[in-house]
Design a protein around this ligand. Structure first.
Ligand SMILES: Cc1ncc(COP(=O)(O)O)c(C=O)c1O
Length: 469
């Protein structure tokens, strides 16, 4: 008998497909529609920190340089008040195999897949993660399939994603290129089932544990150079794995007082699943279209529970505009001689705002760079924006309108990230928790889980959920 491959039938088999393709039994950790034993799930990957460092060392991941951005720091000091203008450092994650921190995330999955005897590895992603999985698979002798949303219905590809398809193919992966829509998840499930390959989902504990080394390296390097922990680490935020893994690493290395600052490009008003809006944005990750929904309900992913839980670790959330990031991208190139890609430069933009307010002897670390070139390059993105009818001009970045106008600052003092209301974000998470399970059914375990997931007390959760009613 042939299997029913209709959309409904394949998605109905999702639990069994996920179990076979991951080897993780999530039901062992889950205690309710809300709570699960997060730390146990992370521990039971079975890898120690030392194992992860060793595995990553085998495939050209980690040990990336930390550079001090002296010229940008000087430029910030010129516009900062007396005594202000913290030292800005950047962790050059473009030095990883495949050119971004995503190699850390892919490395443990590829190792696990090879160890367990899978013949290949699959990931659904339009981002750098595809290239990272492909590069790690190539080194471990695994086949690789990447499922990507590339096109709108006119068959026009977003240049950054087109570049990432190219990179995946260059590393030897087969790329299934889709248009925007719900078929991504269906195609992922179907391909996993048909091939029996390993699911290198972005959101498994393997991926997030792999990013922890980024946090520990930052602490070790800053301590060695400056004799102290970083005061703030700025992290570009989308699905939350970058922030979660790095923050866990910082904590593991003892930097428990370091301020964890998330940053995303403000794309409010644009709908991520909209065919029309798909090509009206110049950033394909690190933006609010992912950053806000994933922070306020992480369990919206392709695995039963998401190991990336940003509100557990986040102290501050800044939004910046597309125009500001383009300006800072040029600044990094022209002042520091580093030509790097969009996602890392998003957190550099927030770091400018932060450094301006901190004292001169304080230390701000921009936690990543990514490679650039072709469709990832800001010049290509700006001409693509113009081709799509978006106005591009110099002026006050406050006048940016996502999908309509990109306004590139004229001067550095116009770069000023907007700090978001963390309480509002946490409340919106609580609203989603109520949707998952009516509050009358919450147990002490649910309250304790929510408090930990929101970095707040059980009393805060109780008061705020009462207010929602
Ligand atoms: C280079 C780079 N930085 C940051 C991010 C954001 O990471 P996360 O989705 O884990 O928040 C991504 C994700 O696509 C990325 O590719």
């Amino acid at each position: 008998m042939t299997r029913d491959m209709s959309y409904a039938a394949v998605t109905a088999r999702k639990n069994e497909i996920m179990k076979a393709s991951l080897g993780i039994d999530f039901s062992a950790f889950i205690t309710s529609p809300i709570a699960f034993d997060y730390e146990r799930m992370m521990r039971e990957t079975g890898y120690t920190h030392a194992d992860i460092v060793r595995i990553q060392g085998e495939t050209k991941v980690g040990n990336t340089p930390l550079y001090e951005l002296r010229n940008i720091t000087e430029a910030v000091r010129k516009i900062a008040g007396p005594g202000k203008g913290a030292r800005i450092f950047v962790k050059d994650e473009a030095a990883n195999a495949s050119g971004s921190f995503k190699a850390r995330r892919a490395s443990i999955s590829a190792y696990e897949a090879a160890k367990k005897g899978y013949k290949g590895i699959i990931a659904a992603t339009s981002g750098n993660y595809g290239a990272a999985v492909a590069s790690q698979a190539a080194q471990r002798g695994l086949k690789c399939i990447i499922v990507q949303e590339v096109f709108d219905s006119r068959f026009v590809g977003q240049p950054e994603i087109v570049e990432k398809s190219r990179a995946c193919e260059a590393y030897g992966a087969e790329v299934l290129k889709l248009s925007v829509g719900p078929e991504l998840f269906y195609m992922l499930l179907r391909t996993l089932e048909e091939t029996g390959f390993f699911n290198a989902s972005l959101y498994t504990p393997f991926g997030i544990r792999g990013v922890e080394t980024l946090g520990t390296e930052i602490v070790e390097q800053v301590r060695a150079r400056c004799g102290q922990n970083p005061d703030a680490v700025v992290i570009t935020h989308a699905g939350g794995g970058n922030l979660t893994g790095t923050a866990r690493g910082l904590q593991a290395a003892g930097a428990t007082d370091t301020r964890i600052v998330a940053c995303s490009v403000d794309l409010s008003g644009l709908h991520m699943a909209s065919d029309k809006d798909f090509n009206r944005k110049s950033f394909t990750t690190g933006h609010t279209g992912f950053g806000v929904p994933f922070a306020t309900w992480p369990d919206r992913v392709d695995v039963p529970r998401n190991a990336a839980r940003s509100l557990r670790y986040m102290d501050e959330y800044q939004l910046v505009t597309q125009g500001e990031v383009f300006y800072v991208t040029e600044l990094l190139t022209k002042l520091e001689g580093l030509e790097r890609g969009p996602a890392g430069n998003t957190s550099l933009t927030a770091a400018v705002t932060l450094a301006r307010q901190l004292d001169r002897d304080q230390i701000v670390v921009v936690q990543e760079t990514e490679y650039t070139g072709a469709g990832k390059h800001h010049n290509r993105q700006l001409s693509f924006a113009r081709e799509n009818g978006i106005e591009v001009r110099r002026g006050d970045p406050q006048d940016n309108v996502p999908g309509k106008a990109i306004v590139i600052p004229e001067r550095l003092d116009q770069v000023w990230g907007k700090v978001q209301d963390m309480e509002k974000l946490r409340q919106s998470y609580l609203k989603n928790a109520v949707k998952a399970l009516p509050v009358e059914q919450w147990t002490d375990t649910d309250y304790a889980f929510l408090a930990a997931d929101l970095k707040m007390s059980v009393d805060w959760v109780k008061e705020n959920v009462a207010e929602l009613k």
